[in-house]
Design a protein around this ligand. Structure first.
Ligand SMILES: Nc1ncnc2c1ncn2[C@@H]1O[C@H](COP(=O)(O)OP(=O)(O)OP(=O)(O)O)[C@@H](O)[C@H]1O
Ligand SMILES: [Mg+2]
Length: 256
């Protein structure tokens, strides 16, 4: 059984082939990056994997389950969590509540539990608070738990979004440009968080433009260009791939 299989995935928006016949797989425990110039289809790929978009053709198979046509909620329940390129923090909630939202998605008592807060529900609620605090501690935000989420600086809001995704206890975590907008200290913290998650058995697929970080932390990379898979390989193979270098020439280069 393959952990994750992307098969011939295609998505067109009108005349734009955002993702075109892309196939690759990810093994459990790997850290894999999807890279490519702006507009290459990276975020669309994540949206196709998480029930936000339905593909024009192709499939996403997670642990032998075809998740292609599932809703975002169902995909999350199966163990795939994500963060967004554009932050999606609940501004009017505290830092802790933002993470608890992630945990409530998993909660057994769910919505009814929140409406009828009886014995077992109270226990579960307490557990949700404790585990959410653990998730915050993992990203260095435990002492900010009761602050308003929108009072955090940008870098910490990004960490908060990771904590909320991790609260789902995913087996596969998708991170869309986690290092964007972070300073170098925050980027180091991010790398440690990613390694920590990997050590806990979480498989990580990330989209990232920060090539130095990507080449350091990934086991393998998939390169997209104009929706097509241009290459796939180890950091060394990708850094020395002429087609990849050419695709990046119009941009900032591979930068490492
Ligand atoms: N909802 C949409 N409707 C129409 N076109 C879209 C939509 N979403 C994405 N596209 C187009 O699909 C292509 C791929 O976009 P996508 O956001 O996946 O790129 P990306 O690789 O994530 O780029 P970036 O590095 O800038 O985030 C682009 O041409 C984009 O304009
Ligand atoms: Mg994107």
């Amino acid at each position: 059984m393959k952990f994750l299989e992307i098969n011939d995935l295609t998505k067109s928006f009108g005349g734009v082939q955002a993702v075109n016949d892309v196939s690759f797989s990810v093994d459990k425990g790997e850290i894999v990056a999807v890279i490519g110039p702006n507009g290459a289809g990276k975020t669309t790929l994540f949206n196709l994997m998480t029930g936000i978009y339905q593909p024009t053709q192709g499939s996403v198979v997670f642990k032998d389950t075809d998740v292609t046509r599932l809703t975002a909620y169902q995909v999350a329940q199966l163990g795939i969590a994500r963060t967004f390129q554009n932050l999606q923090i609940f501004n009017n909630m505290t830092v802790l509540e933002n993470v608890m939202v992630g945990r409530h998605t998993k909660s057994k008592t769910g919505f009814l539990g929140a409406v009828f807060p009886l014995g077992p529900v109270q226990r579960e609620e307490r557990e949700i608070v404790e585990k959410s605090l653990d998730n915050l501690a993992m990203v260095g935000l435990a002492d900010k738990a009761l602050e308003a989420a929108n009072s955090l600086p940008y870098g910490q809001q990004k960490m908060l979004e990771i904590a909320r995704a991790v609260a789902l206890e995913p087996e596969l975590l998708l991170l869309d440009e986690p290092a964007a907008g972070l300073n170098s200290t925050e980027t180091r913290e991010l790398v440690e968080i990613i390694y920590g998650l990997r050590d806990r058995g979480v498989t990580i697929l990330l989209v990232e433009h920060d090539m130095e970080t990507v080449m350091e932390i990934t086991d393998r990379l998939v390169v997209l260009d104009f929706g097509n898979k241009l290459a796939e390989g180890t950091p060394y193979e990708i850094q020395n791939n002429q087609e990849v270098i050419a695709a990046y020439l119009g941009e900032e280069g591979l930068g490492c």
